[in-house]
Write a protein that binds this ligand. Structure first.
Ligand code: ZN
Length: 337
């Protein structure tokens, strides 16, 4: 996903939490910074952010057939995958409604082989989530007042070393990036046809960016250029729903199905891998064939087609919802101390 889409997903998550009445104090904390923190949502894709060395490079989780031992561990048939995705996600219906992936596909072991641990999408999301919990407990006054309970050692920390509300917002937005990328079908498929330079990946992202619109473009949201109020930007984010045909159910922001952010992201990536295999069937575009391409117009017709609309609605709805679920889980955990 590109800059505008990432910014929209993160801002829309605050609006969804606000509308649902869940994690109210988190909304109070994040909302004033909804605009200025937006850069956090696209920082993980910026070149300098990927230059940090072997452990902190790009963030991917590209899945392919697994040939190693303990194959059973990497098999999740359709029923099991749907169970792991739960009822609230549109991805569950999308996969459930598909008849093209047969039981032979579902019965095979698949695994995301990541060269370096820092590249692993679920590792990145998990690492940020755990860090957020610690940072929230060491918050300065604004942050501290919104979190119930007393942290025994907080007084011993220098006040300039404590976590600022602006930092909380920026880091939550960065986390949003990793959650959103796990919902991008091409992000989770190791076939060459899913790489960014291939037309399918790039064109999907360009079409989404167009729908999100210029209100979420970088030149409007960089802290130095920010002129819209938090209420306005949240309102603009809600308006984008109709472009994707999304209707959020406020009561959908439940708990993690897996109970663990790492596993939840893995399960979402598995779902996204299945979705990409529905769009570009492996029977037609083989795993080992590096020259295979799945052009956007071959897969969808054009950007106005029903097929593309259905996919976009599902991906965008779930990206925002998954984010809301994960943000809420972190906040609830921090609130229990
Ligand atoms: Zn990314």
């Amino acid at each position: 996903m590109n800059q505008r889409t990432h910014a929209w997903i993160a801002v829309r998550t605050i609006a969804l939490l606000e509308d649902s009445g869940k994690a109210k104090n988190l909304v109070k904390l994040l909302k004033p910074h909804a605009g200025k923190a937006a850069i956090g949502a696209w920082i993980p894709d910026l070149q300098d952010s990927k230059r940090g060395g072997s452990k902190t490079e790009n963030h991917i989780f590209k899945i392919k057939p697994y040939k190693g031992n303990l194959k059973d561990r990497f098999i999740a048939d359709k029923k099991e995958t749907l169970k792991r995705l739960g009822n609230a996600r549109l991805m569950t219906d999308y996969i459930n409604n598909d008849n093209t992936l047969k039981s032979t596909w579902w019965g095979k072991p698949y695994k995301g082989d990541i060269d370096k641990p820092g590249q692993h999408l679920a590792n990145r999301a998990m690492a940020m989530s755990v860090m957020m919990l610690d940072l929230l407990l060491m918050g300065e006054d604004t942050v501290d007042k919104l979190l119930p309970g007393t942290v025994s050692f907080a007084k011993q920390i220098d006040k300039n070393a404590k976590t600022q509300a602006e930092q909380v917002a920026l880091y939550f937005f960065m986390l949003s990036h990793f959650v959103a990328d796990s919902c991008m079908p091409c992000h989770c498929d190791a076939r060459k046809l899913a790489s960014y330079s291939n037309s399918l990946h790039k064109e999907m992202e360009m079409a989404w960016s167009k729908l999100v619109g210029t209100k979420f473009s970088k030149n409007k949201l960089l802290p130095a250029n920010m002129s819209v109020s938090p209420d306005e930007i949240l309102k603009e984010s809600r308006k984008v729903d109709q472009k994707f045909g999304i209707k959020f159910k406020a009561n959908a922001i439940g708990k993690l199905v897996a109970g663990d952010i790492w596993l939840e992201i893995i399960n979402i990536c598995r779902g996204s891998f299945a979705v990409n295999s529905i769009l570009a069937p492996p029977s037609k575009y083989k795993y080992g064939d590096n020259s295979a391409r799945a052009p956007f117009n071959k897969v969808f017709g054009d950007a106005n087609s029903q097929e593309f609309n259905d996919l976009s609605r599902m991906v965008m709805h779930d990206a925002v919802l998954n984010n809301a679920i994960i943000w809420r889980q972190i906040w609830d955990k921090a609130s229990k101390f």
